[in-house]
Design a protein around this ligand. Structure first.
Ligand SMILES: [Zn+2]
Length: 153
């Protein structure tokens, strides 16, 4: 089972409503969308907008770490006609509640993970190093040893 399913189960175990799956749009930030951008993202079928997951996911993969997003929504962005524009105070209040919920989900995920996780993230680079390993300078290998050293031994 992958980390996303572990986290979904952890949310269920802690009584926090969660939806498994969805599409994340990573935008340049920190910034808020314009109404036009927000409507465009919705027309593309995006479920949430954030600013960090693209970089995090790539770095986690390169480090052979499991990665999953727990997207805790703060607001409807600016597209929703039944909701006023959000204020910074509203976003911060929601962020505080989301942080409390996230801590609960992470603690539960850590508790149940050993019995549930069975993914292959920890060997994601096994076939990704195409360079002739004999040509990698020792100083470079030493810098990368923590992440890829096992493929050079
Ligand atoms: Zn994994």
């Amino acid at each position: 089972m992958d980390l996303a399913h572990v986290l979904h189960q952890a949310a269920a175990n802690t009584g926090i409503h969660a939806q498994l799956g969805g599409t994340y749009l990573c935008m340049e930030g920190p910034a808020f969308s314009t109404k036009a951008e927000s409507n465009l993202y919705r027309s593309w079928g995006m479920d949430v907008i954030g600013m960090t997951n693209l970089q995090e996911a790539k770095l986690a993969r390169e480090a052979e770490m499991c990665y999953s997003t727990v997207a805790m929504v703060t607001d409807y962005d600016c597209w929703h006609p039944d909701h006023d524009h959000v204020t910074v105070q509203q976003i911060i209040a929601t962020l505080v509640q989301n942080a409390e919920n996230a801590a609960k989900v992470v603690a539960e995920a850590v508790r149940i993970m050993p019995s549930m996780k069975s993914c292959k993230c920890c060997s994601a680079l096994a076939h990704a190093i195409l360079s002739d390993k004999k040509t990698v300078p020792p100083a470079t290998l030493e810098k990368l040893r923590l992440i890829v050293g096992k493929y050079f031994d």
